[in-house]
Structures are given as structure tokens and as C-alpha cells.
Write a protein that binds this ligand. Structure first.
Ligand code: ABU
Length: 520
């Protein structure tokens, strides 16, 4: 079934059949206020009582015709004022504003939204977010968040045990996004090696070097820049054709850095790279870290969810040897944004590294065990409650439920992979089945299908994905991302993390790319 333009603008996760029916019924976006346009908070034209017989050539039809045609030509955010008023708007206007906010936003919960790693809309997670806002409290002290602090401890402990850390080990904190989690890991590794840096700064320590793969997330370089280590002291290690760090290259990069007088201290291994979805060889990297005495961090922001799958967790073998792990439940586990963790093997290090003991907040003589005041582990002061929606979803699904939805997403990726492999108008970017739910491919329009690969062909191919994406965004049926990578010209990256996505949605994506791109 071809859906109507702007379809990606609908929230359809909860009940696909119901949605499809309502779309057939309305033949549009399911938007019920198309007859009303608002200007500065006032209803300008009400077309609900006007019919075509009232338009020209009807007598006195000029005004209605003019307004009708004006409304017809309006598009985009027309009529939705983002300006802030001096006088209060009424509740009716606020309801309209809320509807417009969703109407003009991108529906990332749509089963045909393939653009980002975090997608979907879990209803229990949504309920958790609503309750969190209702509670409107802050994670820094136990005295105002006793329940959420205890939940955070329980959830973090569960995640530690899934990683495979011994029961006596394990610490962590929820933080705003994977980049922040990775920043914590660099901060902790540096403090662990040179505690003096906390008080005396970078001038008290030698020039450091850290290591990460060419396919890793840019947040490692950003962390080095933010922490005053310098992005040039991040040594980028080459990857194989599947995007996995080459461990022998890591070893030689460490030796080279040492010979130049730098002090290596940290290696980031990625479990689920952002574009290819590759898993670095964690055990090999752990051996190298052990040999050189380096902190091993695993950025499993994207791949961490696979730990919940008996079928796929083998891809993260060796993660238990890491000193710290980033794991974002808002990605593969489908928890509403945002929900990200930094998990640390060594207990107490977060507190030691970050605590400043502000007396107005962390009074040591409180009437309870102040180790439950977790706020000083953080580099923030105020901290949003991110744990509750995850805790509630875990209760609702059980670990088995997460496992099923993660397996389903990887099955969709495999389905797409096999479909593309059989076609001559698509070309996969790397050989072999995807390890994660990332499928990377080029679409070859008719005129490029018969041309042998060459720099000239690549120049043309580079422009295909952005052109298709532009048309895709204008029509709004589906959404997928693209990027160049190293020597590869722009290619599409399809990612699956929405359990609502079905094979028919995958088929739709392929048909849509062909429809929009075959004449390019
Ligand atoms: N590393 C943040 C997520 C990026 C993405 O959704 O593609």
C-alpha cells in the first residue's frame, strides 16, 4: 500500500493496523484541523461551514475564494507561530501548538524511519517519561529521590552482571548521551593514572596519548579536546574492510607513541560502530591493554543491547575485561531518549574523581547513609531521572522481551541484506552479513549500472544518495541516512532499532529508493 505524502509524520508504532485503516479513512495525515489556520493565536479563517458552491463564480464569492486559495498555498510552518507572547495564550491555543509541534516534527517512532540509531516509541517507556516529569525531582540526593536512586542502583547492577563483571565490582551513572559517557571514561582513565590532574591540571602531568579506531565515534576526539588532552593526541588506529580495529595496528601505534615520548593511557574499543555496526576484537584489544597497562574502554553505546541476546552477545566477547563501558538503552533497547550509561568496573572511582563535597547539598551529617547521595559522582549538579522509564520497560518486558525485540531488529537487517545482495541495482558497501542492524549500500540508477567502477563513476555516485534523500524528505514517506566514509563515496546506512518495523517496511524502503532514484 502506498501511503500518503508526509506519512513519516505520523506516530504509528502502537497499532499499525489501526493506523493503516485511519489513513485509508482520512486519505491524509489523519490531521483533523486542516480547515483552520491560526495567525498570532487567533482563528483566521474557518472553512468548516463553507462549501465549493460558495466559491466563485458564486455571488459574493471573492473573499472566500481568495482565502481558500491563500490557505491552499500556505505550507511548512505557516500559521504556527514560534514567537513568545507578552500576554498569555489560552489553553485552546496551547493544544493547537502541541498538535502543530508534532505535526511539523519528524515522526522518529514511525516503522519506516531508518535515519537514526534511536528510533521507535515504546508506550511503557513513554508512561515512564510522563511519570518522571510528574515526579519532577533531581537525581543528586537520596533525600529528594530515594526511589529513583535505589532503582538506579538496581538497574546498574543488572547491567554490570550482564556485562559479566564480578558481583563485588561495578559502579556507574546515567548521563546525558553516549558522548558524555565516553567523556567520563577518558576522565576516569586519566584520573586513575594521574590523580594529581584533578587539582593541578594538565601542566602537572606528561603528554598523554589515547587510541581509538578510524570507525569509532567522534566523541573520543571531542573528549580529548574538552579535557585539555588535545584531539591531536588521539591516535587513530586503522580498521579492516569490515570496520573493525586491526589489533596489530593498535599495538604498533602504542609502541610508536611511546617512542615519541608520549604516555599512552587509554584505548577505546567499539562494540557496534556508528556506520558499519562493526565490533572490534575485544579480547585481542584487552590483551594489548593488559600488556601495556592501559585503561580499556568499550563504547557499546549502540552494540550494548546485543548483550541481552543469547544469539548475538558472542559478538561482545571480552567486554567483561573492560575498565569501563558506555551502553545507551535509548538505542537498541528502544528506551525513549535519553537513557545512557557509563559503567565503571572499579567501585568508588567516579566519586573520587568528581566529588567536590558542596556542603549545601551533600551534608555529611545527614540522618541517612550519604553514600546514597550519588550526585557528586557526576560532573553535572542537577541530573534528570533517566532510569525510571528503563526500569519500567524492563519490568514490562523482562530481559526476554528485550532479547526478542533486538533479535527481530537484526532479522530485519539480514532480510534487507539478502534482498540487496540479489539485486544488480544495489551494491553493498562491505561483504558479508551485517554483524549488527546496520546495512550499508549504494543505489545505482539505470545510467550508472552499466558503467564500470571508476573515479568518474564514483563522482556521479556520490551525488545519488543526497539527491534521493532530498526527494525522500520532500515527500515524507520514509527516511534513511547517508554519509561518505574514508575512500567510499556517499552511501546509504539503514539501521533497525524499532521493533515495530516489519519486512513490508523494508520492502517499501527499497521500492521507494528505486522510485525516487531510477531516473537520476
Ligand atoms: N552516536 C549518536 C547516534 C548517531 C546516529 O543516530 O546515527
Amino acid at each position: 500500500m502506498r501511503r500518503s505524502p508526509g506519512d513519516i509524520m505520523e506516530l504509528t508504532q502502537a497499532d499499525r493496523q489501526h493506523l493503516d485503516k485511519s489513513k485509508q479513512d482520512t486519505g491524509s495525515l489523519g490531521n483533523t484541523d486542516v480547515g483552520l489556520k491560526y495567525d498570532s493565536g487567533r482563528v483566521a479563517h474557518d472553512f468548516s461551514c463553507i462549501h465549493s458552491k460558495d466559491l466563485l463564480p458564486a455571488e459574493d464569492g471573492e473573499e472566500a475564494t481568495k482565502h481558500f486559495l491563500q490557505e491552499l498555498l500556505k505550507e511548512g510552518l505557516e500559521g504556527f507561530s514560534l514567537e513568545l507572547p507578552d500576554q498569555p495564550d489560552n489553553l485552546e491555543q496551547l493544544l493547537v501548538d502541541c498538535r502543530d509541534t508534532l505535526k511539523y516534527g519528524v515522526k522518529t517512532g514511525h516503522p519506516r524511519f531508518f535515519n537514526q540509531l534511536s528510533t521507535g516509541l515504546d508506550i511503557i517507556g513513554l508512561a515512564g517519561e510522563w511519570l518522571t516529569s510528574t515526579a519532577n525531582t533531581n537525581m543528586f540526593t537520596y533525600e529528594i529521590s530515594p526511589v529513583f536512586i535505589l532503582m538506579e542502583e538496581v538497574v546498574l547492577r543488572k547491567m554490570h552482571s550482564i556485562i559479566g563483571w564480578p558481583e563485588e565490582d561495578g559502579d556507574g551513572i546515567f548521563c546525558p548521551g553516549g558522548t558524555m559517557s565516553n567523556l567520563y571514561s577518558v576522565l576516569l582513565a586519566r584520573f586513575h593514572l594521574f590523580p594529581v590532574v584533578k587539582t593541578q591540571g594538565m601542566s602537572a602531568i606528561p603528554r598523554l596519548a589515547l587510541f581509538t579506531s578510524a570507525h569509532s565515534h567522534y566523541s573520543i576526539k571531542k573528549s580529548a579536546a574538552v579535557l585539555g588532552i588535545g584531539s591531536e593526541n588521539v591516535i587513530v588506529v586503522r580498521c579492516d574492510e569490515r570496520g573493525k580495529m586491526i589489533s596489530s595496528e593498535l599495538n604498533s601505534s602504542i609502541e610508536t607513541a611511546k617512542s615519541k615520548g608520549l604516555v599512552p593511557f587509554y584505548v577505546n574499543a567499539t562494540a557496534g560502530t556508528t556506520v558499519y555496526g562493526a565490533f572490534d576484537p575485544l579480547n585481542e584489544i584487552a590483551d594489548i591493554c593488559k600488556h601495556h597497562g592501559l585503561w580499556m574502554h568499550v563504547d557499546a553505546a549502540w552494540g550494548g543491547g546485543l548483550l541481552l541476546s543469547n544469539k548475538h552477545r558472542v559478538k561482545l566477547q571480552g567486554i567483561e575485561r573492560a575498565h569501563s563501558v558506555t551502553w545507551n538503552p535509548h538505542k537498541m533497547m528502544g528506551v525513549p531518549l535519553q537513557c545512557s550509561t557509563i559503567l565503571v568496573k572499579k567501585k568508588g572511582l567516579l566519586q573520587e574523581c568528581n566529588q567536590l563535597c558542596a556542603e549545601y547539598l551533600f551534608q555529611p551529617d545527614k540522618h541517612y547513609d550519604v553514600s546514597y547521595d550519588t550526585g557528586d559522582k557526576s560532573i553535572q549538579c542537577g541530573r534528570h531521572v533517566d532510569v525510571f522509564k528503563l526500569w519500567l520497560m524492563w519490568k514490562a518486558k523482562g530481559s526476554e522481551g528485550f532479547e526478542a525485540q533486538i533479535n527481530h531488529c537484526l532479522e530485519n537487517a539480514e532480510y534487507l541484506y539478502y534482498k540487496l545482495k540479489r539485486r544488480s541495482d544495489f551494491q553493498l558497501v562491505f561483504k558479508g552479513k551485517p554483524e549488527h542492524s546496520n546495512v550499508c549500500f549504494w543505489y545505482l540508477p539505470k545510467r550508472l549500472q552499466s558503467i564500470l567502477p571508476s573515479p568518474e563513476r564514483d563522482r556521479e555516485l556520490h551525488m545519488v544518495a543526497p539527491k534521493i534523500k532530498t526527494k525522500m524528505m520532500e515527500e515524507g514517506f520514509t527516511m534513511i541516512g547517508y554519509q561518505p566514509l574514508e575512500d567510499k563515496v556517499n552511501f546509504f546506512r539503514c539501521v533497525f532499532s524499532n521493533p515495530a518495523t516489519q519486512r513490508e517496511d523494508v520492502d517499501f524502503l527499497i521500492d521507494e529508493i528505486v522510485r525516487l532514484g531510477c531516473e537520476l
